[in-house]
Design a protein around this ligand. Structure first.
Ligand SMILES: [Zn+2]
Ligand SMILES: [Zn+2]
Length: 145
């Protein structure tokens, strides 16, 4: 299985490639390691790959950038940026949602309080009406007796 992370990780510094270059042995490493790799063999224009240990001639025209790997590194950076952005957006939305939800709950409890108040008022009015009706009925009963 091809693992993206291992494809874009330098085997020398174990970080994501910085300017990946092709070695004559077809290994890939960051450009910044080249001077270290070529230093010891420089006299006879040879170098030893620290990864596969192959000895080969240092390319006369310098080292070529490994374009495909470079593209993959760039795409990966781009994608992880998108991922971060998406995550941020989600976090913001979630916070907004929570705020709205809290507001809604507050409104709901306010509404309940108002309802309770109205209900108590209504109940009081009903009781008063009932009392006055009872009083009137009592008077009628007394009158008719
Ligand atoms: Zn490296
Ligand atoms: Zn090699």
């Amino acid at each position: 299985m091809i693992n993206l992370k291992s494809q874009i990780t330098c085997k020398i510094c174990h970080k994501v490639f910085k300017k990946p270059v092709d070695l004559p042995c077809e290994c890939i490493c960051c450009l910044e390691h080249i001077s270290d790799i070529t230093k010891d063999f420089n006299n006879n224009n040879q170098m030893m790959c620290p990864m596969c240990k192959k000895v080969s001639y240092i390319p006369k025209n310098g080292f070529n950038e490994h374009l495909l790997t470079k593209r993959i590194v760039e795409t990966n950076a781009y994608l992880s940026q998108d991922e971060k952005l998406l995550k941020n957006n989600f976090d913001v939305t979630f916070i907004e949602f929570n705020e709205l939800f809290n507001e809604l709950q507050l409104k709901e409890s306010e509404l309940e309080a108002i309802q309770r108040e109205h209900f108590a008022e209504l109940q009081k009015k009903l009781e008063l009406t009932r009392d006055s009706l009872k009083y009137k009925i009592d008077k009628i009963v007394v009158f008719t007796l």
